[in-house]
Design a protein around this ligand. Structure first.
Ligand code: UDP
Ligand code: MG
Length: 315
């Protein structure tokens, strides 16, 4: 069976459209499936729509989170409650074309030993150049520091049960699905898709949210940026040696009164480097603090169409 996990935040119009598009397609290919909608604390009528959908079709399951926990948590809520032999994560706004889902399913089904099928963006749809620039920069940094090539990666992935279980065994609270599903390894196949227009409503990831998401994803996945502090320290040490020698020389040759601007510049540069480094370390400290609290990734307030025994199973 195939579990399709669909995180939804304020998708009252998209959710029914997505459900009917996906289920019609899967039905036409005779694929056994369950759709798991995860309502990520929507403020609109998404949950109402989902209850109606769940009532009309028992293969449509719905989970309501107690507040907005973010897409990452919603994905994991879906994965933890999925019972399929393979799970697919896709967006609710139909930007991830359902036809690609079929393509991914066929690859998984027909080739033995493919555990992950990831869909990469062939074209990024109508995205602003500036956004694309920063997205590329982000992926370059991510690639450098983590060794995972995630350019054009998306959250649109099919995972075999083996990969899902491996993913669910990772205990961290601050999750980054895209990177974690690469990290687990396994045989991965790639398909390409064209990002469609958002069906309705507007994206939750504006400029500010995207930058936050990028920083938080990098720091929750790798500690490499902390090494920047060491590098900066080494650079300032080098400068210190040069200026130290210069100062000593001036002192010994008897003309040491000059260099006031140098003092000010050094003061400014070193103190800003120290502050930034402290900030960076503080950021990681905050992450450690968040992790160590061991809070659940999400809290479920309601579940529809899940088996009785599954109810109340929260992690
Ligand atoms: N989403 C979510 N929780 C959030 C933000 C987004 O579950 O806090 C869902 C949203 O409903 C959609 C998917 O994540 O199904 C992608 O969101 P969006 O379309 O806003 O992002 P974009 O496509 O612009 O990257
Ligand atoms: Mg979208």
């Amino acid at each position: 069976m195939l579990s399709v996990i669909i995180p939804a935040h304020n998708e009252q119009d998209n959710a029914p459209a997505c459900a009917s598009a996906v289920s019609r397609l899967l039905d036409s290919y005779n694929i056994d499936y369950e759709l798991i909608f995860v309502d990520d604390g929507s403020e609109d009528r998404t949950w109402l729509r989902l209850t109606q959908l769940a009532r009309s079709d028992e293969r449509i399951k719905a989970i309501s989170l107690s507040r907005n926990f973010g897409k990452e948590s919603a994905i994991f809520a879906g994965l933890e409650n999925a019972s399929g032999d393979a799970c697919v994560v896709m967006d609710c706004d139909l930007q991830h074309p359902p036809e690609t889902l079929i393509e991914m399913y066929k690859i998984w089904k027909n080739s033995d030993g493919v555990d992950i099928v990831e869909a990469k963006k062939r074209s990024r749809g109508k995205e602003k150049t500036i956004y694309r620039f920063f997205a590329n920069l982000f992926y370059k940094i991510m690639n450098k520091v983590s060794g995972l090539d995630m350019s054009d990666a998306s959250d649109f992935k099919l995972l075999d049960r083996r990969a899902v279980d491996a993913l669910l065994r990772m205990p961290e609270r601050l999750t980054f699905f895209r990177a974690m599903s690469s990290w687990v390894g396994f045989n991965t196949e790639t398909v390409y898709f064209d990002v469609a227009e958002r069906r309705s409503g507007k994206s939750d990831f504006g400029a500010e949210a995207s930058v936050k998401y990028a920083i938080s994803s990098i720091t929750s996945f790798t500690s490499a940026p902390m090494q920047i502090v060491t590098v900066l320290g080494a650079i300032t040490f080098l400068i210190a040696m040069i200026f130290g020698a210069n100062t000593l020389y001036n002192k010994l040759s008897g003309n040491s009164a000059e260099g006031f601007p140098t003092v000010i510049l050094l003061q400014l540069i070193t103190s800003s480097i120290i502050m930034m480094s402290l900030g960076l370390i503080g950021y990681y400290l905050a992450k450690i603090y968040e992790e160590i609290k061991q809070r659940p990734r999400y809290v479920i307030s309601e579940k529809l169409n899940f088996d009785e025994k599954d109810n109340g199973k929260e992690r």
